[in-house]
Write a protein that binds this ligand. Structure first.
Ligand code: ZN
Length: 334
């Protein structure tokens, strides 16, 4: 198996990634065979008619497409494609992308184009395309130049789309975003590439913030998902918990200091069961059942509380809780 997977445009960072220009491919590039194979797999799996290499995370000038007329697979692979002719007459098709959820727009493009390109054996060809095929090829070649189909819309419509993409994940805190943190999360129904992307993003934010656990509603996502990495001995070993459920708690309890990224700069000693049994699904849909103790058991209980809209400060007396909230306000300069 290789590491290529469908990349989504869902944040400013991911949009910036798609805005980078792709590089020319040279004939000694040994990675192209695998890349093309993955691109085709991902294209067919997602019922798309074309994809560019950047959509699987690679900035190389490769596109593949297949209109799958009569359901027969007959893909075309284009390396270093270049449009050498565009007709003046235009055609309009409804365009969307499997990398960008929920955006479908009518876009006008030249009806007929001629493209020069290399096939996957680096043989040179020219192709004349018309109608939907022409649009599909233009749409994919645009990706190689960091251009997206919504760039053809008027400024207002385009900015609206960019703004919705750029509403990036940010850690919510108990002073400004208490309602979000109190929201109970809903079960994840299907583990998609989007879910995996979000989990990776959560993990990145958690590492950046120096945390060892993060629940999805801490970044405003109302789904039963948690990332944990105790980073023992400085080695990263993330755990992705989807729809986790504690099935058993020990009667024995322990006191342990807890902190929380949503309660920045604070910690408090909290009593909880020493051991728990946990059922969860990982980011690839595999089910697990574990029994654990010590810091991991603690972390799991803390994060699962988040998913129920519960915070560790709820276990404290009102006086202690108010003191912590005051401290957070001071830390955040609110
Ligand atoms: Zn927390």
């Amino acid at each position: 198996m290789n590491n290529y997977s469908l990349k989504k445009i869902y944040s400013q960072k991911s949009l910036d990634f798609f805005r980078q220009k792709s590089e020319i491919v040279y004939s000694n590039d040994k990675t192209i065979g695998d890349l093309v194979k993955s691109m085709l797999e991902i294209m067919y799996k997602n019922s798309a008619i074309g994809i560019a290499a950047v959509m699987v995370g690679v900035h190389k000038r490769v596109i593949v497409f297949d209109l799958q007329k009569n359901v027969r697979k007959k893909p075309t692979i284009m390396i270093n494609p270049e449009i050498i002719y565009k007709s003046e007459d235009m055609n309009e098709f409804s365009e969307s992308s499997i990398s960008l959820d929920g955006v479908i727009k009518n876009i006008k493009r030249p009806n007929i184009i001629k493209v020069s390109y290399l096939d996957d054996n680096f043989q040179k060809h020219e192709l004349k395309a018309e109608g939907l095929l022409s649009t599909c090829i233009q749409h994919e070649i645009d990706y190689l130049d960091g251009k997206l189909f919504f760039d053809y819309l008027d400024e207002e419509e385009k900015n609206k789309i960019i703004k919705s993409i750029a509403s990036e994940l940010k850690i919510k805190n108990i002073v400004e975003d208490i309602d979000t943190l109190r929201t109970k999360c809903e079960p994840v129904k299907e583990i998609t590439d989007q879910i995996r992307n979000t989990l990776n993003d959560m993990l990145e934010i958690m590492y950046q913030s120096g945390g060892i656990g993060l629940a999805a509603n801490q970044v405003g996502i109302n789904k039963c998902m948690v990332v944990i990495d105790l980073q023992k001995d400085g080695i990263k070993k993330p755990i992705f918990l989807i729809n986790p459920k504690i099935t058993w708690k020990s009667e024995e309890t322990v006191l342990m200091d807890e902190g929380c990224l949503s309660v920045p700069g604070c910690s408090a000693s909290i009593e909880r069961p020493a051991k728990v049994k946990l059922e969860y699904t990982d980011n690839y849909g595999k089910n697990h059942e574990i029994e654990t103790d010590d810091i991991l058991a603690r972390c799991i209980q803390h994060e699962l509380d988040h998913l129920d809209g519960k915070l560790y400060i709820d276990y404290l007396s009102k006086i202690k809780r108010d003191m912590l909230i005051k401290k957070v306000k001071k830390n955040l300069n609110i």
